[in-house]
Design a protein around this ligand. Structure first.
Ligand code: GLU
Length: 422
């Protein structure tokens, strides 16, 4: 069989490759030396498949794409409250290197602009030594990528020599007591963080780790917790694409982050990570061809997050009466993924049918996922039924509903035959 997905990705590169508009970032002198025609794309799934096309194994520096990952590490190490006390989560609408501090508190508006990224870097290792902060961020970025990453020393030196604006931002943050460490050290560490070399394939894996609830799909390492993933993806959604975040969200609709070296990654929660690399940038600082490629994929593959999925109305696949031990038993056979809306439909049919039911069976054999709220709605419904004097049995071989049998009217069994067996 033809390799369907790599062929598709190559087609996207062909369709978008003709656009030679935009310009290389040159405020970091070394970035003006890259080959402008480079164009690569990669897609990594949450179960570890990786598809690549074009220049997907060429290394370039991560630049701003390191920001959401450094933010994730700070959240993982310090917790949300401590991080929020230093860095807000409001989109600024200003260019990435704007000062954008919240009036009154002096907090940078978000961790995706440079001021916020400098403040984030300063938090790593609770403000420990320069070396400790850099080690933490490089080890963390490597864990997301699933391989050891290293710093491009030439790009690092090149940026550091001209980092006047970032020094100004760091000094300003220090003067406002956002952090207590030496501002130039923060600029040095942050610049090393930005100079970490990645390939497009690495970026797709890093994105897939976020898509996979923080678990790196290839190594299986839980790099960050689910709650941190949620926070990071929220901030990427509102602030990830410089001052074109609103335009990006409405046209492409994928939480994403771009960097001035031409990389771009997007996260499809629960599905996959996608990345592109093409160095010429538009006026916002986003890769011209990268944006085009994401737009095309989003349209053709239906990836826009706000694309409303058809409602799954059939959470209860079958509701029928059986007779076990001479007793009439009502079986609710559920299937698929059960979330709030599905649990609500189940609870509604329970209420409607309740008067006539003396023994309720929830058959979860065909359910493969149930979120926390749906699980607790189901357990509470079971307890209410029991308190009303009815019997409740869960057929739940994978323990999806986490209902604990109470030795009384609530039972958990593995098969429907066990119910019939009494
Ligand atoms: N190191 C770059 C800077 O701080 C990153 C900018 C970016 O990629 O947006 O200016």
């Amino acid at each position: 069989m033809q390799p369907l997905i790599p062929d598709y990705l190559s087609g996207v590169l062909r369709d978008c490759g003709g656009d030679r508009s935009g310009a290389l970032a040159d405020y970091i002198p070394e970035l003006a030396h890259v080959e402008p025609e480079r164009f690569g794309m990669a897609l990594a799934t949450v179960d570890g498949a990786v598809y690549c096309a074009g220049d997907s194994d060429i290394e370039f520096t991560a630049q701003s794409i390191s920001k959401p990952f450094a933010y994730a590490l700070a959240l993982e190490d310090l917790g949300l409250d401590e991080v929020l006390a230093k860095i807000d989560v409001e989109p600024s609408g200003d260019p990435f290197n704007d000062l954008s501090l919240e009036a009154g508190t002096g907090r940078p508006l978000n961790p995706m602009i440079n001021a916020g990224a400098l403040a984030t870097h300063a938090l790593l290792e609770r403000g420990g030594s320069v070396g400790a902060r850099v080690d933490r961020v490089i080890a963390g970025l490597s864990a997301f990528a699933g391989r050891q990453l290293s710093v491009d020393e030439t790009v690092y030196e090149s940026e550091l020599q001209t980092a006047y604006r970032n020094r100004a931002l760091a000094n300003m943050l220090r003067s406002l007591d956002n952090f207590e460490v030496e501002p130039l050290d923060v600029v040095r560490g942050y610049t090393r963080q930005c100079a970490v070399q990645v390939t497009t394939r690495d970026l797709a894996m890093m994105a897939a780790t976020l898509a996979n609830g923080g678990v790196q799909p290839a190594t299986g390492e839980q790099v960050i917790s689910r709650s941190v993933v949620r926070q990071v993806l929220s901030v990427m959604t509102t602030c990830g694409m410089y001052d074109s975040a609103g335009d990006w969200l409405s046209t492409v609709g994928i939480p994403a982050k771009s960097g001035v070296s031409g990389g771009l990654l997007g996260v499809l929660p629960g599905q996959s990570g996608i990345a592109t690399f093409s160095p010429r940038l538009d006026k916002h600082g986003n890769s011209v061809r990268g944006v085009l490629a994401f737009q095309q994929c989003s349209d053709e593959l239906g990836l826009h997050l706000m694309e409303v999925a058809p409602a799954t109305r059939t959470v209860v696949r079958d509701q029928r009466e059986i007779t076990a031990d001479g007793e009439v038993v009502e079986v609710f056979e559920l299937h698929g993924t059960i979330q709030f809306a599905g649990a609500e439909r189940l609870v509604r049919s329970l209420v409607e049918d309740a008067p006539k039911i003396s023994h309720v069976v929830f058959d979860l054999t065909e359910v493969y996922a149930m979120n926390t709220v749906a699980g607790s709605m189901l357990r509470r419904s079971a307890r209410i039924l029991v308190s009303e004097g009815r019997r409740v049995t869960f057929v739940d071989p994978a323990n999806i509903a986490a209902a604990t049998p109470d030795g009384g009217p609530l039972r958990v069994v593995d098969t429907l035959e066990d119910v019939l067996a009494g």
